[in-house]
Design a protein around this ligand. Sequence first.
Ligand SMILES: Nc1ncnc2c1ncn2[C@@H]1O[C@H](COP(=O)(O)OP(=O)(O)OP(=O)(O)O)[C@@H](O)[C@H]1O
Ligand SMILES: [Mg+2]
Length: 473
Amino acid sequence: MTALLWTGEEMARAMEARPIHEPPAAVSGISIDSRTLKPGDAFFAIKGDRFDGHDYATAAAAAGASVLVVSEARLPALGRMTVPIMVVDEVLLGLARLGIAARERTKGQIIAVTGSAGKTTTKEALRLVLAASGKVHASAASFNNHWGVPLTLARMPADTDFGVFEIGMNHPGEIEPLVKLVRPHIAIITLIAAAHLGFFKDLDEIAHAKAEIFSGVVKGGHALLNRDDARYKLLHKLAGQAGVSHIHGFGAHDRAEVRLLNAKYLDDASLVTAKVFDEEVTARIGVPGRHMVQNALAVLGAAKLAGADMGKACEALSTLQAEKGRGQRHRLKVGGGVFTLIDESYNANPTSMESALDLLASAPLGDGGRRIAVLGDMLELGDHSRELHMKLAGPVRASGIDRLFLAGVEIKVLADAVVNEMDCEYEETADGLAGRLIASARPGDVFMVKSSNGIGFSRIVKAFLDKYPHAEA
Ligand SMILES: Nc1ncnc2c1ncn2[C@@H]1O[C@H](COP(=O)(O)OP(=O)(O)OP(=O)(O)O)[C@@H](O)[C@H]1O
Ligand SMILES: [Mg+2]
């Protein structure tokens, strides 16, 4: 028997839909992609930038969709179908209405995460930590936008104890309508940094846009803010103005409510002691790096506010693993030895570049090994791009690396800035760089590969993995 997410009747009612044929007794999941649809899922024919789901309605039906949700305007073009259909004015609106119904029926604690970096990392850590105390429902991947958030809500089972939602934005005004669907008990802002700065005047404007998350916090709810962030005071003020009842800080700052008391940064983990409100806890965080400690403080604070078992939460943190493209480490065999590849290819902005260079600086080398940074463009920085790429010279110098590989158009200024002081190779494209870079691996080396996703550095990572076999643990 498949799990019941919605009855067809509940769905039709929530979406104000017009059913054609008898609605299905049970819908087991929500899909927007006919290729990954599982039998029993409802298929929502969403229109994206490149595709319109209505063109895949037949494929969805063939894959076993229990019902198709389509728009009135596109219905005539679909022709005769035997599968149940629900017709709505606009499919995305229908999905949002179903999301609202999911939120209304839940008795669980709802947590929303936004910020310039670390949203997915924090969301995944929350998923892991809260699972020790109850049934967790959390966003898939980085489903944090105008369709990802309603989709995640609509997928939330009725018996969820903890719902964890990533909310993102590229422009002002995008978070508010999403957080009003989610209505979190707890809103986390990981940090404010120059991500997508091209769409903003300055960091204050980014802070204002992130602060939209406060507008959806339920009455009596909580905001958890990074106490060490330069915009803490601004965010605190904006949270207060939005009527958030409880505003807390996490960080090393001595006034933080979730406060780091002691941290030991190891090669493969961190050991921390923290005061989480009135409770002192110790935890091993299974992924290294100062930024992971910051994320973990937010996670512990939210876990406590959500009523989770703190002992189990701390235990779970030790099993945390880095995600693909976000710090995942590979130990690969080369010439009778082993080298390390740190995969940070998923995204990059000035703050996350710095934290990744920090990771590289503290990564253990093997005998004769070198620290090698492979950096690419940070995208969407607009007029600030040149200056922010140039400024990477500081953290690059501080990281004590032995070799630097650079690729991308924007990062050329960094190559020009440091070429005379370190071993640096530059190419315009990732593919142009890949050959020599990959052939250069020697036993003991540590490579850290980081850029915005669009630069194609995930292909560099793949080429490394294709060429060199994994070493046994
Ligand atoms: N607290 C942090 N401070 C600085 N950098 C961080 C922090 N947490 C994670 N990072 C860095 O940011 C990168 C991206 O992390 P993550 O995918 O969690 O961000 P995100 O906010 O979900 O991004 P996106 O907007 O693309 O969804 C990581 O690989 C890591 O380098
Ligand atoms: Mg994300």
